[in-house]
Design a binder for this molecule. Structure first.
Ligand SMILES: Cc1cc2nc3c(=O)[nH]c(=O)nc-3n(C[C@H](O)[C@H](O)[C@H](O)COP(=O)(O)O)c2cc1C
Length: 211
C-alpha cells in the first residue's frame, strides 16, 4: 500500500503524515498541512479552537472587510452537532467523527456601502487557509468540504441572503486510518500531487513557464 514517495510511517502507524515534496524550500507548516480524513472523536480543547479561529481573524482581505463568518458546532452539544452533520453529502461521512464542524460563510457586499464585494470568496479562502495552518500548528487535522447540501445548509444554519456559504470544515485530532470507511482506506496513503511550478507561474506571458 505504501510507496517510497509517501512520507508516511508504517501501515500500523497511528498518524499519517504527508509532507509536501516541495521542489523549492517552503516553510515547514505549509509542507506539513494536508487534508486528512481519519478523525478521532477525541474532544478538542476550546483554547485550541479559539486559536484556530483567531488565525482566521488575521487574514488579509479586500478593504479590510473581513467578510468571513464561522458558525461552529462542537461535541459539547451533540444534538446540534448532529444537525450540522446532516448537511454533509455521503462522500464526506468520514467527517461525522470530528468533534468540531464549522459552516464557513462570507458576506457578499461591503458593510459600509452594500456594494457587491467581488473578492468575498477570495478572502474567505485566505482566512480558511490561516485556520488550516493553525490547526496543524495545534497538532490537529482539518478538512474543508464543498460536498454538502447547499440549500439545506442555508436553512439549517439560518443563513441570511447577503451571505454566501463557502465550505463545511471539520477539525479534530487524527485517528488511525482504520476508522475510515473502506472506500477511503487506501486513499489515505496516496501521495499528494501538484501541477509543476512551470504550469502555474509564468514570466510575462501565460504560456511562458517560470522555470
Ligand atoms: C474548497 C474545497 C472543497 C473541498 N471539498 C472536499 C470534499 O467535499 N470532500 C473531500 O473529501 N475533500 C474536499 N476537499 C479537499 C481536497 O480534495 C484537497 O484539498 C486536495 O485534494 C489537495 O489535497 P491536500 O489538501 O491534502 O493537499 C476540498 C478542498 C477545498 C479547498
Amino acid at each position: 500500500m505504501l510507496t517510497e514517495e509517501i512520507d508516511t510511517e508504517e501501515e500500523t502507524a497511528t498518524i499519517i503524515t504527508k509532507t509536501a515534496k516541495a521542489d523549492f524550500p517552503i516553510s515547514e507548516i505549509i509542507s506539513r498541512r494536508w487534508s486528512a480524513r481519519a478523525f478521532s472523536t477525541r474532544h478538542v480543547e476550546k483554547s485550541k479552537l479559539l486559536s484556530i479561529l483567531e488565525a482566521a481573524r488575521w487574514a488579509p482581505s479586500s478593504r479590510n472587510e473581513q467578510p468571513w463568518r464561522y458558525i461552529v458546532f462542537t461535541n459539547d452539544n451533540p444534538e446540534k452537532l448532529k444537525k450540522a452533520q446532516s448537511v454533509l453529502k455521503e462522500i464526506n461521512d468520514y467527517a461525522k467523527r470530528a468533534p468540531i464542524l464549522i459552516c464557513a460563510i462570507t458576506k457578499i457586499t461591503y458593510s459600509d456601502n452594500e456594494i457587491p464585494n467581488r473578492l468575498h470568496f477570495h478572502d474567505l479562502g485566505a482566512a480558511n487557509e490561516n485556520m488550516f495552518l493553525e490547526a496543524f500548528n495545534q497538532g490537529l487535522i482539518m478538512h474543508e468540504m464543498g460536498g454538502f447540501d447547499l440549500q439545506k445548509a442555508r436553512e439549517v444554519f439560518n443563513i441570511p441572503e447577503d451571505y454566501e456559504i463557502g465550505v463545511m470544515i471539520a477539525i479534530g485530532y487524527q485517528d488511525t486510518y482504520h476508522v475510515l470507511p473502506d472506500r477511503l482506506k487506501e486513499k489515505a496513503f496516496t501521495p499528494r500531487i501538484r501541477k509543476p511550478l512551470s504550469k502555474i507561474a509564468f514570466i510575462e506571458e501565460l504560456d511562458n513557464g517560470i522555470i
